[in-house]
Design a protein around this ligand. Structure first.
Ligand SMILES: *[C@@H]1O[C@H](CO)[C@@H](O)[C@H](O)[C@H]1NC(C)=O
Ligand SMILES: *[C@@H]1O[C@H](CO)[C@@H](O)[C@H](O)[C@H]1NC(C)=O
Ligand SMILES: *[C@@H]1O[C@H](CO)[C@@H](O)[C@H](O)[C@H]1NC(C)=O
Length: 314
């Protein structure tokens, strides 16, 4: 099973196994300033016995992911060396892609604070405090207890992931399921709070935000492995900047063909989902019940990347 997964990850990167040196060379490209971000709690300031973290400053937020990746590394050793199969890589990679968006906060604070609460970060629940943003302060929870009372269900889901992570008998596929449940739940929390905010974005960007929210349900059902190699490949297909008025896929002149097609595809998927009242999602979930189907999907995905991007792999 695992070797199958490793093989499919390998298929995704053009059948060249990415050794760890490669991963960290890639880090610079996909994770701006990764090497300069804080990597342990002691890099943050301390007040009244609490680590104070300002998640509104890019490197400080990136540092939260770095600590999380560091503290969870030991649980992924049984799957592959050098933290390569750690599916939490998807979080900082997404942050590198779309930093400073409000919704990303819920994919940072909640997984991070739930990890603290679960005990795997090596500090106690009341030992860390996040700083509020300059406005809309009441919409954000800043410590373990306030996040638990504002977002109980999502915090429970992240905690469930970390509990299972610590169990030696958990399989990679099971863990991915817990990850995706927690991930989707975080995003929906953020979406509920900031849905009205989408009006402040350009029409194409707001549309992309809505499409993205629907598409995540499909990625979740397929247990898309959010390890470094797959996510960094996938992100080449995502828009490299915020969409502006006048951007219309597949005709955005300075986007690659792949980026144009993906945008069009995401929108089409959203339309199909709406038109069928999410019956399409139900069917998709049934299709994705078997591991073979998930593998096939990854291979198709790889084939598509290869068509559009023959030189980028490897
Ligand atoms: C975690 O961070 C510590 C302190 O910086 C470092 O010594 C250790 O090697 C890191 N572990 C992993 C698995 O990256
Ligand atoms: C957590 O934050 C809430 C509200 O921001 C505050 O009332 C509470 O005292 C904090 N709890 C801890 C343990 O720091
Ligand atoms: C990309 O296209 C947009 C819209 O046509 C334009 O405003 C922008 O300057 C272009 N960017 C680059 C880097 O060419």
């Amino acid at each position: 099973m695992l070797s199958l997964l490793a093989a499919s990850a390998c298929v995704l990167v053009g059948c060249i196994f990415v050794p760890s040196a490669e991963v960290f060379r890639l880090s610079d490209q996909y994770l701006p300033l990764w090497n300069e971000t804080p990597g342990q709690f002691s890099d943050y300031s301390v007040e009244n016995g609490k680590y104070i973290i300002d998640p509104w400053v890019y490197p400080k937020r990136m540092g939260m992911y770095k600590v999380l990746l560091n503290k969870t590394a030991s649980y992924f050793e049984k799957f592959a060396p050098d933290n390569e199969q750690n599916f939490l890589w998807g979080l900082p990679l997404q942050h590198g892609w779309q930093y400073k968006t409000d919704m990303n906060y819920f994919l940072c604070a909640l997984p991070f604070l739930a990890a603290v609460d679960s005990g795997i970060m090596g500090i106690s629940s009341d030992q860390v405090l996040l700083l509020p943003p300059s406005k809309d302060q009441t919409k954000f929870c800043l410590n373990v207890s306030s996040c638990q009372s504002s977002f109980p269900s999502t915090m429970r889901k992240w905690n469930a992931l970390y509990q299972h992570l610590q169990s030696p008998s958990s399989s990679f596929e099971d863990l991915l399921k817990y990850l995706w449940e927690a991930h989707v739940s975080s995003l929906k929390d953020g979406y509920k709070i900031f849905e009205d905010r989408l009006e402040y974005y350009s029409k194409p960007e707001a549309g992309f935000g809505r499409d993205w929210c629907v598409v995540l349900d499909y990625l979740a059902a397929a247990s898309f492995p959010t390890i470094f190699s797959t996510v960094s490949e996938f992100q080449q297909a995502l828009p490299p900047r915020v969409l502006v008025d006048g951007d219309k896929a597949p005709f955005i002149s300075n986007f690659t063909d792949l980026q144009n097609i993906l945008l069009l595809g995401l929108n089409l998927l959203h339309k199909v989902d709406s038109a069928t009242g999410s019956l399409s999602l139900t069917i998709w979930k049934i299709l994705m019940k078997t591991q073979a189907a998930k593998m096939l999907l990854l291979e198709i995905f790889e084939a598509i990347l290869a068509i559009f991007n023959p030189t980028s792999l490897g």
